[in-house]
Design a protein around this ligand. Structure first.
Ligand SMILES: Cc1ncc(COP(=O)(O)O)c(C=O)c1O
Length: 367
């Protein structure tokens, strides 16, 4: 597949000194590499014109269908420099499959998984100097996305799409060590209804989350917890994280995560933590979890820790939940041992510091 990508080098790449400066403190999603990968689709030719080109603005006709009907989808995954200098990403086939499933839900052209993975390898190869060094939590964040480019008005699936991949070096999510966050329980807004787009990673889901996110921020919270849309009773997930609840302690630990009942994004971190939690000897349960159970479990101490999980932060401990009329602290308000242990198990695999017994890592650029 990789032979299909043409390459046009950026004639004006970032000077090495500036790149070094950026890599010393990249933050998250603030800087982008010198190139991007693009592939086009139309009904006549299928996927074509795969290319790595200089990073730069996209030119869109104002009547491009994405601007009117919102056919836009994306993915998010990371690539890590390995101790031997190679560059590997974590379960990219799972992101490729989710991208395809999202495309199907949005009536968009499915990008073949091999082409998705080949685009990652091609861009990382072109911008290999941008991938942070091994040994820390720095990584290269990869953002594949696709948009409807047919020019014309009328609500129907576009007959043309642009797939694009950009890359951004990122620093450790918690530079001074893992910190708990406060989260806001939204009883006013929901994220997804059954039959809607909650299981898909489409831009519109995130647009709709911005108002509740702002409301959460007004209450000092950095993430929003959503309940199910039908009964406002069952805990779904957060705006960009799946949720885990830990019951018990010592060698009697049960880890519970809301089941994928049709309104939750099937997180790849979630799926991986379920496997690792079993390996840790925890009982692992996927089931519905009500807000009442969360509230009473936190109040009586039967829930010892709660954490969110996702590609960006891996595991984010929740210190406190705030809601209209009250708040409740999780455990002692500090990061719990189970979440921290799972986090280090996963990051060790990703950084090549622990054996990859599940074949989760894919070498995309050899040493
Ligand atoms: C709504 C939502 N839930 C969960 C996740 C976590 O998914 P993953 O672990 O694949 O990053 C994300 C992040 O992509 C998300 O946006």
């Amino acid at each position: 597949m990789s032979a299909q990508f043409s390459r046009t080098s950026n004639p004006d790449p970032t000077p090495e000194a500036r790149r070094t400066e950026i890599l010393a403190a990249p933050g998250f999603g603030r800087y982008f590499t010198d190139h991007m990968a693009t592939v086009r689709w139309n009904a006549q030719r299928g996927w074509h014109d795969a290319a790595v080109v200089p990073y730069g603005p996209l030119v869109l006709d104002p009547a491009s269908m994405v601007l009117h009907y919102g056919q836009e989808i994306f993915e998010g995954l990371k690539a890590y420099r390995q101790p031997d200098g190679s560059i590997a990403s974590f379960r990219p086939e799972a992101n490729a499959a989710r991208f395809r499933a999202t495309a199907a839900r949005m009536a968009m052209a499915p990008l073949p998984d091999e082409l998705f993975v080949a685009s990652l390898a091609e861009l990382l190869d072109a911008d290999r100097e941008w991938v942070p060094p091994a040994g820390g939590e720095e990584a290269m964040y990869l953002r594949p996305f696709m948009l409807a480019t047919e020019v014309g008005l009328g609500v129907r699936p576009s007959s043309e799409y642009l797939y694009c991949l950009i890359a951004s070096p990122v620093g450790p999510y918690f530079p001074g060590g893992v910190k708990p966050i406060d989260v806001w329980l939204s009883t006013e807004y929901t994220r997804a209804a059954l039959g809607g787009t909650g299981t898909a990673k489409c831009g519109g889901n995130y647009a709709a989350s911005l108002l509740p996110q702002a409301q959460g921020a007004e209450h000092g919270c950095s993430q929003v917890v959503y309940l199910d849309a039908e009964e406002r009773h069952w805990v779904d997930e957060m705006g960009s994280n799946n949720l885990f609840f830990v019951y018990g302690s010592g060698d009697q630990i049960e880890v519970v995560t809301p089941a994928l009942t049709g309104s939750i994004l099937p997180g790849i971190t979630r799926d991986s933590l379920l496997v690792l939690a079993k390996e840790l000897g925890c009982e692992v349960t996927e089931r519905r979890m009500s807000w009442d159970e969360w509230l009473s479990g936190a109040a009586d101490g039967s829930i010892s820790e709660v954490f969110g999980c996702g590609t960006a932060a891996v595991v984010t401990p929740i210190g406190r939940v705030r809601y209209h009329g009250g708040e409740v602290v999780m455990g002692d308000g500090q990061p719990g041992p189970v979440g921290l242990r799972l986090r280090s198990m996963l990051t060790d695999i990703q950084r090549g510091a622990a054996p990859d017994t599940h074949s989760w890592m894919r070498t995309l650029v050899p040493a």
